[in-house]
Design a protein around this ligand. Structure first.
Ligand SMILES: Nc1ncnc2c1ncn2[C@@H]1O[C@H](COP(=O)(O)OP(=O)(O)OP(=O)(O)O)[C@@H](O)[C@H]1O
Ligand SMILES: [Mg+2]
Length: 391
């Protein structure tokens, strides 16, 4: 066993990574409060369907997890899935039978006598008498599981055609279940353009009445709270100047808040407090990591044309003048404005005074500039002398 000296703090309480539950959850208090009421009091109101949109690392999956926790605390049944291929089949052929398997035996006897499900001698799901629709499954579970309601969360909605068709098929079943009076809340998460596409599918019109929540950045006090309280839970404190520095570097971007906290924590595990030197080291490592691990994906999510637009913006260190972008793209202002509006709508860009825009995400511009540097192509050049031999 490895001995740690007393006063050492080996385990970082920060959670940089996708879908890792943060110990301290910053912001979005209104939504959480409303959903607590929904689950506790069954007052579904406008919160029966939720659309959580935001760019990568903004905290959508973490919010779904919070909602799942709230639902479970209030004795709701939780079904959480990703919108990956085979969603509908997974639900009907695996998730729902799994839920039924976990029901008490007396309930299974009841389901069996009603002819809803057939069971093996060991009381495991055998088969269903007829081809059942998901809406019926949901109604059966709601009625017989003893749960107070069902929360269905679908993460990673993406705009691939087949997948969207599947997600909308599931949405249709859920809307029918809702219409039958099944107590069900459904929450989708994905990037904005993909959720917009989902709303354009057949059978998803009911989702237009959803509560839509956009995940952007945390406010400075929220970023402070996350850093400060997470460190305290881990048993250490930040020096005030270190804390202020990290808040500024993070720009409230949730993934980066966690990365910075983590690197600052691990800088000197023996020290009881985290000082400015640790924060500066965290800045160096955290900004690099956020560019490599997050900004690269955020950028790759865009179409070629959108990327071109952002490249034209990244020429400017600070904000960009729309007129300059029109020139750089050698295009028309009407066309450029179309892109501008879409990129604002999906959270990449924000307006900054009349005729100007800037990146809405910290370090996205810096990432794009770094791609254009000669060093990025360094290895490509070196490999040019060694083309792969033909087979
Ligand atoms: N409100 C928050 N407060 C503190 N930390 C957060 C918050 N939201 C997210 N995080 C942290 O940020 C990181 C990214 O969160 P998450 O995986 O939920 O993002 P996401 O929006 O689902 O990203 P993606 O689009 O790539 O799936 C995780 O490390 C998580 O712990
Ligand atoms: Mg996610």
């Amino acid at each position: 066993m490895i001995q740690t000296t007393s006063g050492s703090h080996p385990n970082s309480p920060f959670t940089p990574g996708y879908g890792r539950r943060p110990l301290v959850y910053g912001g979005h208090e209104n939504l959480l409060e409303d959903m607590r009421t929904v689950f506790a009091e069954h007052d579904l109101g406008e919160s029966q369907s939720l659309l959580l949109s935001g760019l990568r690392g903004a905290g959508k999956t973490s919010m779904l997890q919070r909602l799942q926790d709230l639902a479970r605390e209030n004795d709701w049944l939780v079904i959480s899935e990703d919108a990956s291929a085979g969603l509908h089949k997974r639900l009907t052929a695996s998730i729902v039978p799994g839920i039924v398997n976990d029901l008490p035996q007396a309930t299974k006897v009841e389901l069996s006598s009603l002819g809803l499900w057939h069971f093996s001698a060991e009381w495991q799901v055998d088969r269903r008498p007829v081809r059942t629709l998901l809406r019926q499954d949901l109604a059966t579970i709601a009625e017989h599981s003893g749960a107070r309601g069902i929360l269905l969360t679908i993460d990673e909605v993406s705009s691939g055609k087949t997948r969207l068709r599947e997600v909308s098929a599931v949405a249709r079943e859920v809307s029918h279940a809702m219409a039958q009076g099944v107590e069900i809340v459904i929450a989708f998460a994905g990037i904005k353009v993909d959720l917009d596409e989902l709303l354009r599918q057949d059978h998803t019109t009911f989702l237009r009445r959803s509560r839509a929540v956009e995940f952007t950045r945390l406010s400075p006090p929220e970023a402070r709270q996350v850093l400060d309280e997470t460190a305290k839970i881990g048993g250490r404190t930040f020096d005030e100047d270190a804390l202020r520095h990290l808040i500024a570097v993070s720009q409230g971007y949730p993934f980066l808040v966690q990365l910075l906290g983590h690197y600052a924590w691990t800088h000197d595990l023996e020290s009881p407090t985290i000082d400015l030197k640790a924060a500066e080291e965290a800045q160096r490592r955290g900004v690099k990591a956020v560019m490599d691990r997050v900004m690269s994906k955020v950028f790759a999510d865009l179409s070629e044309k959108d990327q071109e637009f952002l490249r034209a913006m990244a020429v400017d260190e600070d904000r960009s003048r729309i007129g300059d972008i029109v020139d750089r793209l050698d295009s028309y202002s009407q066309y450029v404005n179309g892109y501008r509006n879409r990129l604002i709508d999906s959270g990449y860009v924000e307006a900054d005074g009349h005729g100007y825009i800037r990146f809405a995400l910290p370090y996205l511009g810096a990432y794009i500039r770094s791609m254009a540097e000669p060093s990025a192509a360094e290895h490509a050049d070196a490999w040019a002398d060694f083309p792969p031999p033909s087979l």
